[in-house]
Design a protein around this ligand. Structure first.
Ligand SMILES: NC(=O)c1ccc[n+]([C@@H]2O[C@H](COP(=O)([O-])OP(=O)(O)OC[C@H]3O[C@@H](n4cnc5c(N)ncnc54)[C@H](OP(=O)(O)O)[C@@H]3O)[C@@H](O)[C@H]2O)c1
Length: 364
């Protein structure tokens, strides 16, 4: 059994703990927060049994505990880097909430500490375990879209003062930017699904929703490295809290053979053979239907669990935590470690910098 300590007992922490409870190889040992009664009340309200876990207000108690193997970091953003570095130095494996670091210096410190300690890490880009996103990645990898020409990922989520983390997320110190606080999920999904790395970012931002210290919408144009002697692939990320629509995680990948746009597979010249696609699809939780679009075009509709909710109770943390635990036992890297997440963070930082400079392209 691996002992788990958690710091930052808030909204997302309850879901980390549910997933650790469900893993047969982990047990919750200790919680760290600023107020025990408040923390335990929050967990009880979320239906999490943490009665067997001790409570401390000192993070050093988690770091120094010999019965803790994994530290789950679910605090406000400005605390992540220092807590991750301290945990790694103490030889603890890490579940680290996004954003990992808020600037290059923080990212470098995390990378150095984790490299030196050789601990396992996983970063909460849990959409990698969402059935739709996993299918979209496979569809592109298996060649059904052809060669990628354009991709667009959108993170549109209205967050105002009813959010439990409003006091910190709205600030420059902790929330920092919409991309770092939220839209990094879209940057991560873009990198993961396309399998391509960002070369350059050029962005514009604006501030609409009151209360935030930073711009509340950003549109980022990106060039992706298409490979040696190949033209760059164009991409775009939109990240916004200003829009009047339900939570939307938009996914579009357009290739020279076909396109995926949210729950539709579309084409122009050569139809995608739905029978062959069904036969090739390795996921039994994905169903494919032949449909007509509103304009009468033939298409294939993907039926599976979509990344359609901003509520953490619907987020697939189980897959993430199971992977971390397996990798600890098997002494191998997770695919979603701090080194990979650093590339996503660097794109976000470059895009924010570009927006602050009026859209000047910034190399990542
Ligand atoms: N991966 C995802 O899909 C996802 C979803 C949501 C959030 N997150 C990330 O998870 C982290 C926590 O977010 P959350 O939504 O759970 O926020 P939250 O509800 O505000 O929880 C954070 C907790 O940290 C504790 N805390 C410790 N030091 C604090 C400080 N200086 N200021 C404020 N709170 C402090 C607070 O508990 P006490 O007051 O009791 O100490 C608070 O309950 C963030 O980094 C966020 O980006 C990720």
């Amino acid at each position: 059994m691996l002992g788990v300590g958690l710091v930052g007992v808030g909204w997302v922490a309850a879901q980390h703990l549910q997933a650790f409870h469900q893993n047969p190889h982990t047990r919750l040992v200790a919680l760290c927060g600023r107020n025990e009664a408040r923390a335990r009340r929050r967990l009880a309200e979320a239906g999490v049994d943490a009665s067997g876990a001790r409570f401390t207000t000192r993070y050093s108690d988690l770091i120094n505990a010999p019965d803790i193997d994994i530290i789950s970091i679910a605090t406000p953003n400005h605390l992540h880097a220092a807590q991750a570095v301290a945990a790694a130095r103490a030889g603890k494996h890490l579940l680290l909430e996004k954003p990992t670091g808020l600037d290059h210096a923080e990212l470098k410190r995390i990378r150095a500490a984790v490299t030196r300690a050789g601990v396992r890490t996983i970063v909460s880009f849990e959409l990698h375990y969402n059935p739709y996103l996993r299918f979209a990645k496979w569809l592109r990898e298996d060649g059904w879209l052809g060669r990628l020409v354009f991709a667009r990922f959108q993170y549109l989520s209205r967050v105002t003062d009813s959010y439990s983390g409003w006091s910190w997320v709205r600030t420059n110190k902790s929330g920092r930017s919409h991309l770092l606080a939220a839209g990094c999920h879209a940057v991560d999904a873009l990198r993961w699904c396309t399998g391509l790395e960002v070369m350059e970012a050029s962005a514009f931002s604006t501030k609409v929703t009151p209360g935030y210290q930073w711009p509340t919408s950003i549109v980022v144009n990106l060039t992706l490295d298409g490979g040696r002697k190949r033209s760059p692939v164009l991409a775009q990320v939109t990240s916004s809290t200003d829009l009047q629509l339900p939570y939307t995680f938009g996914v579009e990948m357009m290739g020279d053979r076909a396109s995926i746009r949210d729950d539709l597979i579309l084409w122009n010249d050569t139809p995608v053979d739905v029978v062959a696609l069904r036969r090739a699809c390795p996921f039994d939780d994905v169903t494919l239907h032949e449909v007509k679009t509103v304009t009468g075009a033939s298409a294939i509709r993907i039926e599976t669990e979509m990344p359609g909710s901003g509520d953490v109770r619907h987020h697939p943390f189980q897959g993430e935590i199971n992977e971390l635990v397996s990798c600890i036992f098997e002494e191998r890297e997770t695919h979603l470690n701090v080194f990979d997440a650093e590339r996503t963070m660097r794109v976000c930082i470059a895009a924010d910098r570009s927006a602050a400079m009026g859209g000047r392209p910034i190399r990542v």
